[in-house]
Design a protein around this ligand. Structure first.
Ligand code: FES
Length: 153
């Protein structure tokens, strides 16, 4: 007797899940299934949109109070690992002082995620660069909030 289509689909799903688990840590899968703070922040104190060499674009928004990042969020048109890297970046940056968040690097994201495949490590670099640009935007405009009125985006 042949296998039913449902059993075939279940086997296929189990096989794919197994392959994904071999390649990615539980933390990566968690951020993929539950991205943290996805979406724009209204009246952000800092914002950047950066396109990486691969063509993926990421945006990061930050709200800053008393030199501390009280909220951070992201948007991206990138793939799974881009989403995961941005999600971890905004999580790591939240509650940090601006100077501490400026010091966060690609390596910090990769360590917190339990690593990414070598071909996806650049996604963490894009996330770090985008955060740094958003914080630079904050520093540029914090002494002169009127500058935000003239931003191009
Ligand atoms: Fe381009 Fe991830 S594949 S940033």
């Amino acid at each position: 007797m042949t296998k039913g289509i449902d059993a075939f689909v279940q086997e296929l799903q189990a096989e794919i899940t197994e392959q994904v688990r071999e390649q990615y840590s539980e933390t990566v899968l968690d951020h993929w299934m539950h991205p943290r703070n996805f979406g724009p922040l209204d009246k952000a104190d800092g914002h950047a949109r950066v396109t990486g060499p691969c063509g993926d674009t990421m945006e990061i928004f930050v709200k800053v109070e008393d030199d501390r990042i009280v909220q951070a969020s992201f948007l991206t048109d990138g793939c799974m690992t881009t989403i995961v890297a941005a999600s971890m970046m905004v999580e790591l940056a939240t509650d940090k002082r601006v100077s501490q968040a400026m010091a966060l690097t690609q390596a910090d994201i990769l360590a917190a995620l339990g690593g990414l495949p070598a071909e996806s490590e650049h996604c963490a670099l894009l996330a770090a660069n985008t955060l740094h640009s958003a914080l630079e935007d904050h520093l540029d405009t914090s002494g002169a909030p009127w500058k935000r009125l003239y931003r191009s985006e």
